[in-house]
Design a protein around this ligand. Sequence first.
Ligand code: MLT
Length: 263
Amino acid sequence: MQTKDINGFRMAYTDEGQGSPLLLVHGYPLNRQMWAPQIDRLKDIHRIIAPDLRGHGDSQPVPGPYPMDLLADDLAALLDALHIDQPVTLCGLSMGGYVALAFYRKYAARLRALILTATRAAADTPSGRAGRDQAAEVAGREGVAAIVEGMLPKLLSAGTMKEKPELVGRVRQIMLRTSLAGVQGALMGMKVRPDSTALLPAIQVPTLILPGEEDQIIPLEEARAMYDAIPGAIIKIVADSGHLPNLENPDFFNRVLRSFSGM
Ligand code: MLT
């Protein structure tokens, strides 16, 4: 594990491989370990930087809230600390995608391309915001494990839940490593994130959209709406996959990434 002191906390990250930089940004409540199949199999063509966002994985559990802009600032600070000044491909999954759009708003010149996977541009609905408050309260009262057990069946497709117990166990272990501060900080940050829909037509870097076909958390229509709005975007729907397409169907996911990187 590598670490850097940035923006007032210690950020853990993986930095492996050779080639143009690929910044992998995990979802909630996950960490960089969710990118193992990408780090292993794409490091021959990319220098892969995979951080643990504040409060997640091995990064320090600083108090929240974690607005998406702040998480984008953390990514920019990590790139600075690593002296990466060439434009990067930023791949964000779910909350990582919210951070990717915030990063585009603030640091577009630092981007070579965007990969938006299992994510959406819209802000939370009023009932979604109420759900964030409720989840933060449950996490405080019952602990992170209660959040993990509640989310797990929604994160993965029915097929993954039934046929891949090893993967289900791995995802559970990854999520359980999120601190209480991380869970609550991310929830409160996602709750106030702005609607990025108006940004989409202005995106000027090549963009790949990679939804899981059976995602129960972010329906496919949200991915199609981003595809329609972003000029020149490419969409590839990941079969046999719920909200974690990079883990549920890594062969397809990696093949698409590899071909997008070569374009
Ligand atoms: C995630 O996977 O990052 C979250 O489920 C996103 C969300 O709760 O909006």
